[in-house]
Structure formats: structure tokens, C-alpha cells
Design a protein around this ligand. Structure first.
Ligand code: DOR
Length: 437
């Protein structure tokens, strides 16, 4: 990955919630570090003949995004995505850091797989990869993994994502064990007994389509149980892809009582409802399923007030083999790394959330949950930031994306807001217009 010598972005709106910064500034980057940031800070550097100067007017400079939840499919399903293509997609989406789920084949339940991922990511360069190890061996739900080894290899959390830890006893032990290493246990909250054979959210639409429904309570019951356990053992608990108004209420009450819980929401659960499934749209089949307007309203409000800490993509690439088929046979999941920022900017435009909260949920809050170095616009820090144009119109089309997959209902939709440049740890991970590389 290229590391550029000296460049200046002039007159850019810099927003960094971790420093309560929202100001039009110049930023000077030298040898991968933020050398200076402030009004007029670029004057001296711009006169150097080695400096590349970018006009930042109308653009925003934000701390690099951190995704808590992506599936990069390596090892095992590289035809859908691999570490290299996934990290390129992440960089194009503005991510300086991405945490990858362990439901690969084999599952990332050992130090060997963790080491392999870390080494593959080093070779790829650019966006940094942080593995999430499995909670149980082979995600079998019974036998705990060697979390100490996983953590020593670089795992920032544990999860059996795609599957729920159904046993209360195993979940209790997982929370107790993970607490020793101060890593969160990330739960895929789904009572599988209540969702057997389910294809979509249980409600009027599932009835109309004749598809077996997946009730909200399947999520709520697990979240309620886990919160009781997290309180009992005083351990960090994180709810993946929260989707129901009931689960949001439970998390809110738990936070008010001081239970160490955090949670994340995906772009699709914020933007779509179960009505999108009408016509048996397999692109909208996802786990947890798209819910109803009442849930979307509750999660938007919870994101705005911080009850929901982070936005996570749940980037879940699948090929046409798994999606161009009958609804029952289709795999659940949507890809999302490249689209998340542009799609969700609409929430800021509609004043559902403030820009500050949006950036916090994309960057600062998830970095804290993962316990990784927080991307920041602080002078002296290594440059991990993203430059975006909130007014650039573009369309996500086949052949123009960096991910190997195209499973999203947003394909062909015009999006307002585009990532132009991403730096990760001082390296240029993405440079859309070739402005500095
Ligand atoms: O829709 C989903 N797809 N939800 C998950 O939890 C797993 C993911 C996948 O791995 O495809």
C-alpha cells in the first residue's frame, strides 16, 4: 500500500466526535501522520513543491470507520469474498478497520486460523483486519474455545454469529471466561427453537406470502436472558444486529441499570421493512429478518440517543448460487461495506440523527467496543481517516464494486454521498480519483 509523503487537504469540514470537533480546517499529512490540523494550517506546507494539495471545499473529513461485523468468507468460501477483496471493499466504504466474523469453513475457533487471517490481511495491506473468534468449538454451542489464545492472536471479541449460543450454562461460562480478557461476547440473539424453518419476519407480510415467520420474541428472549447473565457475572455483552423494538427496550433498561451491554444495528434494518420481501425478493432475505415500521422507528430513535452504540454492516456476501433460487433455499445476508455510509447519510439529511452521532456510531463507538486504537483527527496521530463528498451522486452497479458479490437490494439505486479517500494507519487504502496516489 502506498504511503504518501506530504499532502494537504484545504478547507475541509473536519468532524471528530471524540474531540468535539466540527470545524472547517486544513489538514496536513506527512509520512502517514496528521502533522497539523486547523484553520490555515496548510499555508506553509502547500508552498512546498513536494506537497499534493486537495481542495476539501464541500467535503467532510471523518475518523476512519470501524466495522464490528463483516463476513469475509475466508477460509472456505472465497468464491463469495476473500480477505483481499473484502478489505478493498471495506476501504472503498471508508473503513480503516474491520472486524471479521468466524463463521468460515473451518470456523475461526483456533489460533491457527486467527494467525492465517492476520497474515493474509498484512499481505493485502490497507484496511486493518481484526478477527473475532468463535465462542464455541466449530460454533457447536457446547464446548468453549481457547479464548486466551484467540485473544493473544489478535481477536477483539468472540461470537458464534450466524448461530445463537442457546445453552444458558454455556453462555454464562463464555461471559465469565471472556471477562478475564476484557473482550466482549457478541451474541447472535435468536432462539432457534422459535425460528425453526422460518424464512422472514412473522407478521402480515409473511402470512400473505405463505412463508414461515420468525417472531420478534425469538430475539427478545435471548437478549433478556443474556442481560440477566451479563449482570450476574458483570461481563461485557454485545448484541449483534439488533432488530426489534423489544430488544431495544431491554438494552435501554439494562444500560440504565448499569449492565455492561452494547449493541449494533445494520443499515438494512434501519432502511428496510419486511415489505421489501414482497415478490419473494431473496436479496432481502437476511438473519435477523427485516422487521416492521414500528421496529425501524424504535431502532432509529435508539441510534440517535446512543442506546444503540454502533452501526455495523453485517456485510454477508453470497453468490448467485445462493441467491438466484427459491426463497426457501436462499441463504440469508446482504453485502454492505461499500454502501453503508452513502445509504445511511439519508438519516442525517432527514434529521433522524445528528452528523456527530452518525460519525460516533461509525467510528469512535465501535472502536471502543472492539478495544482497538480509536481513529481520530488528532494532530500527531497516525492518519486513519476518510474523506467523503456528501453531495456526490453515484449508483452501486455490478462491476463497479470491489466486493466479489452483488447481493443487495440497493443495486441500481442512486446514492447521494460517496467515500473518496481512506487512510488506515498512515497508508492509503482507497483513493477513488487517484488524488494522492
Ligand atoms: O443474514 C445473515 N447472514 N445473518 C447472519 O447472522 C450470518 C450471515 C452470513 O454469514 O451469511
Amino acid at each position: 500500500m502506498p504511503r504518501v509523503g506530504l499532502f494537504v487537504i484545504e478547507n475541509v469540514r473536519a468532524v471528530d466526535p471524540s474531540r468535539s470537533l466540527d470545524e472547517t480546517v486544513d489538514v496536513v499529512v506527512e509520512k502517514g501522520r496528521i502533522h497539523a490540523l486547523g484553520p490555515g494550517a496548510g499555508t506553509e506546507a502547500r508552498s512546498s513543491e513536494n506537497a499534493t494539495v486537495l481542495d476539501g471545499s464541500g467535503k467532510w473529513l471523518l475518523p476512519g470507520f470501524v466495522d464490528l461485523h463483516a463476513h469475509l468468507r475466508e477460509p472456505g468460501h472465497e468464491y463469495k469474498e476473500d480477505v483481499e477483496s473484502g478489505l478493498r471493499a471495506a476501504a472503498a466504504g471508508g473503513y480503516s478497520d474491520v472486524c471479521v466474523m468466524p463463521n468460515t469453513n473451518p470456523v475461526n475457533d483456533t489460533r491457527a486460523i486467527t494467525d492465517m487471517l492476520v497474515s493474509r490481511a498484512k499481505d493485502a495491506g490497507g484496511t486493518r483486519l481484526h478477527p473475532i473468534g468463535a465462542i464455541t468449538v466449530g460454533q457447536n454451542g457446547h464446548e468453549l474455545t481457547e479464548m486466551a489464545e484467540l485473544r493473544d492472536g489478535g481477536c477483539v471479541g468472540v461470537s458464534d454469529d450466524g448461530k445463537c449460543v442457546m445453552s444458558s450454562a454455556v453462555m454464562r461460562r463464555a461471559l465469565e471466561y471472556a471477562k478475564n480478557f476484557d473482550i466482549p461476547v457478541i451474541q447472535h440473539a435468536e432462539d432457534h427453537d422459535l425460528t425453526r424453518g422460518a424464512q422472514m419476519h412473522e407478521g402480515a407480510v409473511s402470512e400473505k406470502l405463505g412463508l414461515r415467520g420468525w417472531p420478534r420474541v425469538a430475539e427478545d428472549i435471548i437478549v433478556a436472558r443474556d442481560l440477566i447473565l451479563a449482570e450476574y457475572v458483570a461481563a461485557r455483552y454485545h448484541v449483534a444486529h439488533i432488530s426489534t423494538h423489544g430488544a431495544v427496550r431491554l438494552v435501554s433498561e439494562a444500560k440504565n441499570r448499569g449492565i455492561p451491554v452494547t449493541c449494533e444495528v445494520t443499515p438494512h434494518h434501519l432502511l428496510l421493512t419486511d415489505e421489501s420481501v414482497l415478490g419473494y425478493q431473496t436479496a432481502c432475505k437476511v438473519n435477523p429478518p427485516l422487521r416492521e415500521a414500528v421496529d425501524v422507528a424504535a431502532i432509529k430513535k435508539a441510534l440517535a440517543d446512543g442506546t444503540i452504540d454502533a452501526i455495523a454492516t453485517d456485510h454477508a456476501p453470497h453468490s448467485p448460487l445462493e441467491k438466484d433460487c427459491e426463497f426457501d433455499a436462499a441463504s440469508p445476508g446482504l453485502m454492505g461495506l461499500e454502501l453503508c455510509f452513502g445509504l445511511l447519510l439519508e438519516l442525517v439529511r432527514n434529521r433522524d440523527i445528528t452528523l456527530e452521532r452518525f460519525v460516533d456510531a461509525l467510528s469512535t463507538a465501535p472502536a471502543k467496543i472492539a478495544g482497538i486504537e480509536r481513529p481520530t483527527l488528532e494532530e500527531g496521530s497516525s492518519a486513519s481517516f476518510t474523506l467523503v463528498d456528501p453531495e456526490r451522486r453515484w449508483t452501486a452497479e455490478r462491476g463497479t464494486l470491489h466486493t466479489k458479490s452483488t447481493n443487495t437490494p440497493f443495486l441500481g439505486r442512486e446514492i447521494l454521498g460517496k467515500v473518496l479517500l481512506t487512510l488506515a494507519g498512515g497508508d492509503v487504502a482507497y483513493d477513488m480519483d487517484g488524488a494522492i496516489s
